[in-house]
Design a protein around this ligand. Structure first.
Ligand SMILES: Nc1ncnc2c1ncn2[C@@H]1O[C@H](COP(=O)(O)OP(=O)(O)OP(=O)(O)O)[C@@H](O)[C@H]1O
Ligand SMILES: [Mg+2]
Length: 332
């Protein structure tokens, strides 16, 4: 596997003393790479360092062999970035935004640019709204425009930070498919809370927690770790929900019985629990964090939203957590 991104001993301490990255080593090859982790884990910090927007306090990172601190221009020529907050250009038309960005990235000649803009818009499924003003796009379309702008100069590395926050289920499916397609020709690093959004196109992921990589491997390996921790428990519907050292992820209710699908820390299954079939990646992630004693943070952040007893299966379309507050830039 050829390496696109190589990170060694990366550490970042913000002014004020927050340690956002605490010794990260990571090597990423072609395809769709998932960067998972709870709020504040350091995902955006890592991405901004790779994008040359933030200088790390210690350690090294390179993109296609170019150092992100010493060879910023070369790194930038190879990457496209969709930041966590993307909302500018509201009064412009979709095609104007892309034409301007193509111009800025050095694509000269009006007709060359027009061809490129058309190709990119088609590739993200926005060909039909090329003349529409950005403010009139839906949330999903705006994200896809964000991807289009990041793709305009045909980068070999695409970095997308929490692209699915706030999208409805249909838009999320569409976005997932787009990432899978784009990941066939380049490296994509995609950060998300919503594990299901990585989709089938993702074969490699890392879990960041408190500035450290706590898991690195394939989705299948993450699921294997969850073996025995995902279970179902059926109780009379009239009985109160079960309580214990586990988290309910969904429930199926009928007049007589309710089946609770849950994830427990290892060895903490309640009486009557039976193994659940086919754990989802999201349940695997929850199982892993429970085993680390960190599930509370995920639940607090709203990643697994069963708490008020809704029958909604958050495994299928867990609602996105609220966007984070903007912070002062402390760097370049
Ligand atoms: N500009 C900044 N100045 C000071 N502290 C910061 C800054 N940006 C982030 N932090 C802190 O660094 C840590 C890592 O933040 P980061 O934004 O990288 O996490 P994240 O994994 O992207 O979180 P989220 O899921 O909420 O987007 C957090 O404790 C955060 O509060
Ligand atoms: Mg972030």
């Amino acid at each position: 596997m050829s390496t696109t991104v190589d990170v060694q001993g990366l550490r970042h301490v913000y002014k004020g003393g927050t340690i956002a990255l605490d010794g990260v080593d990571l090597s990423i090859g072609a395809g769709l790479f998932g960067l998972l982790g709870p709020n504040g884990a350091g995902k955006s910090t890592l991405m901004r360092i790779l994008c040359t927007l933030l200088k790390p306090s210690e350690g090294r990172a390179s993109v296609l062999g170019h150092d992100v601190v010493r060879q910023r221009r070369a790194v930038r020529s190879h990457l496209g970035y969709l930041p966590q907050e993307f909302g500018a250009w509201r009064l412009h038309r979709v095609e104007e935004v892309l034409d301007t960005l193509a111009d800025l990235s050095g694509l000269k000649g009006r007709s060359t640019r027009r061809d490129r803009v058309d190709t990119v818009l088609d590739s993200v499924g926005l060909g039909e709204v090329a003349h529409r003003k950005v403010k009139k796009l839906s949330g999903g379309m705006t994200r896809r425009l964000g991807i289009a702008q990041a793709l305009i100069h045909q980068p070999r590395l695409l970095i997308v930070d929490e692209p699915t926050v706030g999208l409805d289920p249909e838009e999320r499916i569409r976005f997932r498919q787009l990432m899978t397609t784009l990941g066939k020709e380049r490296t994509i690093i995609l950060s998300t809370h919503i594990v299901a959004d990585l989709g089938a196109g993702c074969s490699d992921l890392a879990l960041l927690d408190d500035g450290r990589i706590v898991f690195r491997g394939s989705p299948t390996e993450l699921l294997e770790r969850a073996q025995g921790q995902v279970f179902e428990l059926t109780l009379p519907t009239s009985a109160p929900p079960p309580q214990g050292e586990f988290e309910i992820v969904s429930r199926t209710v009928d007049a007589q019985e309710t089946t609770y699908r849950s994830v427990a820390a290892p060895g903490r299954l309640p009486e009557g629990a039976r193994p659940a079939s086919e754990p989802t990646l999201e349940e695997g992630y929850l199982a892993f964090m429970l085993a680390r004693g960190r599930a509370e943070d995920l639940l607090r952040d709203g990643h697994f939203g069963e708490s008020d007893g809704d029958a909604a299966a958050c495994r299928d379309d867990g609602e996105a957590p609220a966007g984070q507050t903007s912070r002062e830039e402390d760097e370049s």
